[in-house]
Design a protein around this ligand. Sequence first.
Ligand code: SF4
Length: 374
Amino acid sequence: MKYIDEFQDPDLARRLLDEIHSTVTRPWALMEVCGGQTHSIIRHGIDQLLPDQVELIHGPGCPVCVTPLEVIDKALEIASRPEVIFCSFGDMLRVPGTGRDLFQVRGEGGDVRVVYSPLDALRVAQQNPARQVVFFGIGFETTAPPNAMTVYQARKLGIPNFSMLVSHVRVPPAIEAIMRSPQCRVQGFLAAGHVCSVMGIDEYPELAERHRVPIVVTGFEPLDVLEGVRRTVAQLERGEHTVDNAYARAVRPEGNPAAKAMLEDVFEVTDRSWRGIGVIPDSGWRLSAKYRDYDAEHRFSVEGIRTEEPAACRSGEVLQGLLKPHECEAFGTVCTPRTPLGATMVSSEGACAAYYLYRRLDTTPAAREATSVV
Ligand code: SF4
Protein backbone atom coordinates (compact mmCIF):
# COMPACT_ATOMS: atom_id res chain seq x y z
CA MET A 1 0.00 0.00 0.00
CA LYS A 2 1.27 3.48 -0.91
CA TYR A 3 -1.37 6.01 0.04
CA ILE A 4 -2.92 7.03 3.35
CA ASP A 5 -6.50 6.32 2.30
CA GLU A 6 -5.52 2.69 1.65
CA PHE A 7 -4.90 2.43 5.39
CA GLN A 8 -8.56 3.38 5.90
CA ASP A 9 -9.95 0.72 3.58
CA PRO A 10 -13.30 -0.52 5.03
CA ASP A 11 -13.04 -4.05 3.57
CA LEU A 12 -9.59 -4.65 5.00
CA ALA A 13 -10.72 -3.16 8.31
CA ARG A 14 -13.63 -5.58 8.40
CA ARG A 15 -11.28 -8.52 7.75
CA LEU A 16 -9.01 -7.46 10.60
CA LEU A 17 -12.02 -7.01 12.88
CA ASP A 18 -13.32 -10.46 11.96
CA GLU A 19 -9.97 -11.96 12.83
CA ILE A 20 -9.86 -10.17 16.19
CA HIS A 21 -13.44 -11.29 16.96
CA SER A 22 -12.59 -14.90 16.14
CA THR A 23 -9.38 -14.84 18.21
CA VAL A 24 -10.68 -13.39 21.47
CA THR A 25 -11.82 -15.83 24.14
CA ARG A 26 -11.68 -13.66 27.29
CA PRO A 27 -11.36 -10.01 28.44
CA TRP A 28 -8.18 -8.05 27.67
CA ALA A 29 -7.26 -4.44 28.49
CA LEU A 30 -4.84 -2.76 26.07
CA MET A 31 -3.37 0.72 26.36
CA GLU A 32 -2.65 2.87 23.33
CA VAL A 33 0.21 5.07 24.46
CA CYS A 34 -0.10 7.95 21.99
CA GLY A 35 -2.74 10.69 21.89
CA GLY A 36 -2.70 10.53 18.09
CA GLN A 37 -3.76 6.90 18.31
CA THR A 38 -6.49 7.86 20.81
CA HIS A 39 -7.91 10.39 18.34
CA SER A 40 -7.82 7.85 15.52
CA ILE A 41 -9.61 5.28 17.71
CA ILE A 42 -12.35 7.65 18.85
CA ARG A 43 -12.73 9.40 15.50
CA HIS A 44 -13.22 6.17 13.60
CA GLY A 45 -15.19 4.40 16.33
CA ILE A 46 -12.62 1.58 16.48
CA ASP A 47 -13.18 0.87 20.18
CA GLN A 48 -16.90 0.40 19.52
CA LEU A 49 -16.26 -2.09 16.72
CA LEU A 50 -13.94 -4.32 18.73
CA PRO A 51 -15.32 -7.29 20.67
CA ASP A 52 -16.72 -6.35 24.08
CA GLN A 53 -13.87 -8.31 25.68
CA VAL A 54 -11.23 -5.93 24.24
CA GLU A 55 -11.02 -2.65 26.14
CA LEU A 56 -8.80 0.18 24.91
CA ILE A 57 -7.40 2.31 27.74
CA HIS A 58 -6.13 5.74 26.70
CA GLY A 59 -2.58 6.40 27.89
CA PRO A 60 -0.61 9.53 28.83
CA GLY A 61 0.67 10.10 25.30
CA CYS A 62 -0.44 13.66 24.68
CA PRO A 63 2.63 15.91 24.99
CA VAL A 64 0.68 19.06 25.77
CA CYS A 65 -1.41 17.29 28.43
CA VAL A 66 1.49 15.91 30.44
CA THR A 67 3.52 19.14 30.56
CA PRO A 68 3.50 19.88 34.31
CA LEU A 69 1.64 22.83 35.71
CA GLU A 70 4.77 24.35 37.24
CA VAL A 71 6.39 24.47 33.79
CA ILE A 72 3.28 26.14 32.32
CA ASP A 73 3.43 28.67 35.16
CA LYS A 74 7.12 29.27 34.48
CA ALA A 75 6.25 29.87 30.82
CA LEU A 76 3.59 32.40 31.86
CA GLU A 77 6.06 34.16 34.16
CA ILE A 78 8.80 34.37 31.51
CA ALA A 79 6.38 35.40 28.74
CA SER A 80 5.12 38.29 30.90
CA ARG A 81 8.52 39.97 31.00
CA PRO A 82 8.86 43.07 28.78
CA GLU A 83 12.27 42.08 27.40
CA VAL A 84 11.01 38.64 26.24
CA ILE A 85 9.57 37.38 22.96
CA PHE A 86 8.01 34.04 23.91
CA CYS A 87 7.62 31.57 21.02
CA SER A 88 5.52 28.42 21.15
CA PHE A 89 3.51 26.03 19.04
CA GLY A 90 -0.12 27.19 18.97
CA ASP A 91 -1.58 24.35 21.04
CA MET A 92 0.25 25.49 24.18
CA LEU A 93 -1.37 28.94 24.21
CA ARG A 94 -4.70 27.83 25.65
CA VAL A 95 -3.32 25.31 28.16
CA PRO A 96 -4.42 26.57 31.58
CA GLY A 97 -1.76 27.39 34.14
CA THR A 98 -2.61 28.53 37.64
CA GLY A 99 -5.27 31.12 36.85
CA ARG A 100 -4.39 32.09 33.28
CA ASP A 101 -2.89 30.94 29.95
CA LEU A 102 -0.49 32.30 27.34
CA PHE A 103 -3.37 33.88 25.38
CA GLN A 104 -4.18 35.97 28.43
CA VAL A 105 -0.53 36.95 28.81
CA ARG A 106 -0.64 38.12 25.20
CA GLY A 107 -3.87 40.03 25.89
CA GLU A 108 -2.13 41.76 28.79
CA GLY A 109 0.66 42.97 26.48
CA GLY A 110 3.12 40.06 26.54
CA ASP A 111 4.93 39.37 23.25
CA VAL A 112 3.77 35.77 22.72
CA ARG A 113 4.20 34.43 19.19
CA VAL A 114 3.05 31.21 17.52
CA VAL A 115 5.76 29.52 15.47
CA TYR A 116 5.66 26.39 13.32
CA SER A 117 9.21 25.23 14.00
CA PRO A 118 11.80 25.86 16.73
CA LEU A 119 14.07 27.18 13.97
CA ASP A 120 11.49 29.93 13.37
CA ALA A 121 12.09 31.02 16.97
CA LEU A 122 15.83 31.04 16.34
CA ARG A 123 15.24 33.32 13.35
CA VAL A 124 13.16 35.65 15.55
CA ALA A 125 16.17 35.82 17.89
CA GLN A 126 18.49 36.74 15.02
CA GLN A 127 16.08 39.44 13.88
CA ASN A 128 15.67 40.91 17.39
CA PRO A 129 19.15 41.01 18.95
CA ALA A 130 18.03 43.45 21.67
CA ARG A 131 15.30 41.12 22.96
CA GLN A 132 15.43 37.76 24.75
CA VAL A 133 13.73 35.05 22.65
CA VAL A 134 12.49 31.94 24.45
CA PHE A 135 11.10 28.82 22.76
CA PHE A 136 8.79 26.48 24.67
CA GLY A 137 10.31 23.03 23.99
CA ILE A 138 7.93 20.31 25.11
CA GLY A 139 6.92 16.86 23.96
CA PHE A 140 8.05 13.27 23.56
CA GLU A 141 10.92 11.69 21.63
CA THR A 142 9.30 12.99 18.44
CA THR A 143 9.69 16.74 19.04
CA ALA A 144 12.90 16.46 21.03
CA PRO A 145 15.30 16.02 18.04
CA PRO A 146 14.35 19.26 16.21
CA ASN A 147 14.46 21.12 19.52
CA ALA A 148 17.89 19.66 20.25
CA MET A 149 19.02 20.65 16.75
CA THR A 150 17.84 24.23 17.34
CA VAL A 151 19.84 24.61 20.56
CA TYR A 152 22.82 23.05 18.81
CA GLN A 153 22.46 25.64 16.02
CA ALA A 154 22.08 28.52 18.49
CA ARG A 155 25.35 27.55 20.14
CA LYS A 156 27.11 26.96 16.82
CA LEU A 157 25.99 30.31 15.39
CA GLY A 158 26.62 32.12 18.68
CA ILE A 159 23.11 33.54 19.14
CA PRO A 160 23.22 34.72 22.76
CA ASN A 161 19.65 36.02 23.07
CA PHE A 162 18.01 32.61 22.40
CA SER A 163 17.02 30.11 25.08
CA MET A 164 14.62 27.21 25.49
CA LEU A 165 12.22 26.28 28.29
CA VAL A 166 12.56 22.51 28.14
CA SER A 167 10.02 19.96 29.35
CA HIS A 168 10.66 16.84 27.29
CA VAL A 169 9.37 13.43 28.33
CA ARG A 170 10.24 9.82 27.42
CA VAL A 171 7.80 6.97 26.82
CA PRO A 172 9.56 3.85 28.26
CA PRO A 173 9.78 5.18 31.87
CA ALA A 174 6.07 6.08 31.64
CA ILE A 175 5.23 2.49 30.66
CA GLU A 176 7.31 1.31 33.61
CA ALA A 177 5.41 3.68 35.96
CA ILE A 178 2.03 2.56 34.59
CA MET A 179 2.90 -1.10 35.09
CA ARG A 180 4.14 -0.48 38.65
CA SER A 181 0.94 1.33 39.67
CA PRO A 182 -1.21 -0.75 42.04
CA GLN A 183 -4.27 0.33 40.03
CA CYS A 184 -2.84 -0.86 36.73
CA ARG A 185 -5.18 -2.96 34.57
CA VAL A 186 -3.12 -2.85 31.39
CA GLN A 187 -2.25 -6.25 29.86
CA GLY A 188 -0.75 -5.13 26.55
CA PHE A 189 0.56 -1.95 24.92
CA LEU A 190 0.19 -0.40 21.49
CA ALA A 191 3.49 1.51 21.44
CA ALA A 192 3.68 4.85 19.60
CA GLY A 193 5.03 4.28 16.09
CA HIS A 194 6.44 7.77 15.58
CA VAL A 195 8.38 7.62 18.87
CA CYS A 196 9.88 4.29 17.78
CA SER A 197 10.78 5.72 14.37
CA VAL A 198 13.18 8.02 16.26
CA MET A 199 14.30 5.84 19.17
CA GLY A 200 13.96 2.33 17.71
CA ILE A 201 12.67 -0.53 19.84
CA ASP A 202 15.72 -1.43 21.94
CA GLU A 203 14.19 -0.15 25.18
CA TYR A 204 11.06 -2.31 24.97
CA PRO A 205 12.07 -6.02 25.21
CA GLU A 206 13.22 -5.58 28.81
CA LEU A 207 9.92 -3.89 29.73
CA ALA A 208 7.89 -6.60 28.00
CA GLU A 209 9.84 -9.32 29.79
CA ARG A 210 9.83 -7.69 33.24
CA HIS A 211 6.09 -7.02 33.24
CA ARG A 212 5.09 -9.92 31.00
CA VAL A 213 3.16 -7.66 28.62
CA PRO A 214 3.16 -7.74 24.83
CA ILE A 215 4.26 -4.43 23.30
CA VAL A 216 3.28 -3.93 19.66
CA VAL A 217 4.67 -0.91 17.81
CA THR A 218 1.62 0.58 16.13
CA GLY A 219 0.81 3.33 13.62
CA PHE A 220 -2.02 5.81 13.47
CA GLU A 221 -4.42 5.05 10.61
CA PRO A 222 -7.43 2.79 11.31
CA LEU A 223 -5.81 -0.29 9.73
CA ASP A 224 -2.60 0.38 11.67
CA VAL A 225 -4.50 0.48 14.96
CA LEU A 226 -6.53 -2.63 14.13
CA GLU A 227 -3.39 -4.51 13.14
CA GLY A 228 -1.74 -3.46 16.42
CA VAL A 229 -4.77 -4.69 18.36
CA ARG A 230 -4.88 -7.93 16.34
CA ARG A 231 -1.24 -8.74 17.05
CA THR A 232 -1.49 -7.80 20.75
CA VAL A 233 -4.62 -9.88 21.31
CA ALA A 234 -3.08 -12.82 19.45
CA GLN A 235 -0.05 -12.72 21.77
CA LEU A 236 -2.23 -12.46 24.87
CA GLU A 237 -4.36 -15.40 23.78
CA ARG A 238 -1.20 -17.45 23.20
CA GLY A 239 0.26 -16.41 26.57
CA GLU A 240 3.19 -14.54 24.94
CA HIS A 241 4.75 -11.19 25.78
CA THR A 242 7.20 -10.08 23.10
CA VAL A 243 7.92 -6.85 21.25
CA ASP A 244 6.46 -6.82 17.75
CA ASN A 245 6.78 -4.13 15.07
CA ALA A 246 3.47 -3.62 13.26
CA TYR A 247 4.63 -0.28 11.80
CA ALA A 248 7.61 -1.50 9.79
CA ARG A 249 6.96 0.98 6.99
CA ALA A 250 8.24 3.72 9.33
CA VAL A 251 10.12 2.02 12.18
CA ARG A 252 13.52 0.38 11.95
CA PRO A 253 14.71 -1.52 15.03
CA GLU A 254 17.62 0.86 15.50
CA GLY A 255 15.50 4.01 15.03
CA ASN A 256 17.09 7.14 13.57
CA PRO A 257 20.81 7.18 14.55
CA ALA A 258 21.34 10.84 13.56
CA ALA A 259 18.42 12.02 15.70
CA LYS A 260 19.56 9.88 18.62
CA ALA A 261 23.11 11.28 18.38
CA MET A 262 21.74 14.83 18.46
CA LEU A 263 19.61 14.00 21.53
CA GLU A 264 22.61 12.50 23.28
CA ASP A 265 24.73 15.57 22.60
CA VAL A 266 22.23 18.24 23.65
CA PHE A 267 20.11 16.60 26.37
CA GLU A 268 20.65 14.51 29.47
CA VAL A 269 18.13 12.22 31.16
CA THR A 270 16.45 13.59 34.26
CA ASP A 271 13.51 12.88 36.54
CA ARG A 272 10.42 14.67 35.23
CA SER A 273 7.05 15.53 36.68
CA TRP A 274 4.05 14.57 34.49
CA ARG A 275 0.93 16.66 34.87
CA GLY A 276 -1.70 14.80 36.85
CA ILE A 277 0.65 11.86 37.47
CA GLY A 278 3.64 13.14 39.41
CA VAL A 279 7.38 12.59 39.16
CA ILE A 280 8.53 9.60 37.11
CA PRO A 281 12.24 8.73 37.53
CA ASP A 282 14.40 9.23 34.42
CA SER A 283 11.33 10.12 32.36
CA GLY A 284 12.55 13.41 30.92
CA TRP A 285 15.32 15.29 29.21
CA ARG A 286 16.93 18.59 30.16
CA LEU A 287 19.71 20.50 28.45
CA SER A 288 23.12 19.02 29.24
CA ALA A 289 25.81 21.07 31.00
CA LYS A 290 27.41 21.97 27.66
CA TYR A 291 24.20 23.79 26.62
CA ARG A 292 23.12 25.11 30.05
CA ASP A 293 23.54 28.74 28.89
CA TYR A 294 20.58 28.16 26.57
CA ASP A 295 18.31 26.89 29.35
CA ALA A 296 15.57 29.49 30.02
CA GLU A 297 15.12 28.20 33.57
CA HIS A 298 18.73 29.18 34.29
CA ARG A 299 18.59 32.45 32.40
CA PHE A 300 15.42 33.67 34.12
CA SER A 301 14.88 33.22 37.81
CA VAL A 302 11.59 31.35 37.97
CA GLU A 303 11.96 29.20 41.07
CA GLY A 304 9.45 29.12 43.91
CA ILE A 305 6.30 29.33 41.77
CA ARG A 306 3.18 28.13 43.62
CA THR A 307 0.84 26.06 41.46
CA GLU A 308 -2.80 25.11 41.90
CA GLU A 309 -4.76 22.64 39.75
CA PRO A 310 -8.51 23.27 39.31
CA ALA A 311 -10.27 21.02 41.82
CA ALA A 312 -12.92 19.88 39.34
CA CYS A 313 -10.45 18.58 36.75
CA ARG A 314 -9.77 14.84 36.82
CA SER A 315 -7.28 14.81 33.95
CA GLY A 316 -4.74 12.97 36.11
CA GLU A 317 -7.08 10.00 36.22
CA VAL A 318 -7.77 10.34 32.48
CA LEU A 319 -4.04 10.37 31.74
CA GLN A 320 -3.50 7.22 33.80
CA GLY A 321 -6.34 5.42 32.06
CA LEU A 322 -8.38 5.24 35.28
CA LEU A 323 -11.26 7.38 34.00
CA LYS A 324 -12.85 7.86 30.58
CA PRO A 325 -13.31 11.56 29.72
CA HIS A 326 -17.12 11.46 29.57
CA GLU A 327 -17.13 10.07 33.14
CA CYS A 328 -15.78 13.42 34.42
CA GLU A 329 -18.62 15.54 35.83
CA ALA A 330 -17.28 18.69 34.12
CA PHE A 331 -17.03 17.10 30.65
CA GLY A 332 -18.94 19.09 28.03
CA THR A 333 -20.57 21.36 30.62
CA VAL A 334 -18.18 23.68 32.42
CA CYS A 335 -15.24 22.10 30.57
CA THR A 336 -15.16 22.42 26.78
CA PRO A 337 -12.37 23.19 24.28
CA ARG A 338 -13.35 26.87 24.54
CA THR A 339 -13.42 26.83 28.33
CA PRO A 340 -10.96 24.06 29.22
CA LEU A 341 -10.27 23.20 32.84
CA GLY A 342 -7.50 20.78 31.95
CA ALA A 343 -4.92 20.33 29.21
CA THR A 344 -6.57 17.09 28.04
CA MET A 345 -9.47 19.22 26.76
CA VAL A 346 -7.16 21.70 24.99
CA SER A 347 -4.73 19.69 23.00
CA SER A 348 -5.50 18.26 19.59
CA GLU A 349 -4.14 14.98 21.02
CA GLY A 350 -5.96 15.13 24.37
CA ALA A 351 -8.42 12.35 25.23
CA CYS A 352 -11.05 14.78 26.58
CA ALA A 353 -10.88 16.80 23.35
CA ALA A 354 -11.26 13.58 21.31
CA TYR A 355 -14.40 12.58 23.19
CA TYR A 356 -15.77 16.12 22.93
CA LEU A 357 -15.13 16.25 19.17
CA TYR A 358 -16.41 12.80 18.24
CA ARG A 359 -18.53 11.38 21.11
CA ARG A 360 -20.28 14.25 22.84
CA LEU A 361 -23.65 14.46 21.20
CA ASP A 362 -24.97 11.05 20.47
CA THR A 363 -23.80 7.56 21.33
CA THR A 364 -26.61 5.64 19.66
CA PRO A 365 -25.62 2.87 17.23
CA ALA A 366 -26.61 5.11 14.30
CA ALA A 367 -24.29 7.87 15.50
CA ARG A 368 -21.50 5.37 16.03
CA GLU A 369 -21.96 4.18 12.47
CA ALA A 370 -21.74 7.76 11.23
CA THR A 371 -18.42 8.41 12.95
CA SER A 372 -16.84 5.18 11.77
CA VAL A 373 -15.02 4.45 8.53
CA VAL A 374 -15.77 0.73 8.73
S1 SF4 B 1 -13.31 16.88 30.94
FE1 SF4 B 1 -12.19 18.76 31.50
S2 SF4 B 1 -12.31 18.84 33.74
FE2 SF4 B 1 -12.78 16.73 33.14
S3 SF4 B 1 -10.80 15.66 33.16
FE3 SF4 B 1 -11.12 16.39 31.06
S4 SF4 B 1 -10.03 18.37 31.03
FE4 SF4 B 1 -10.34 17.87 33.21
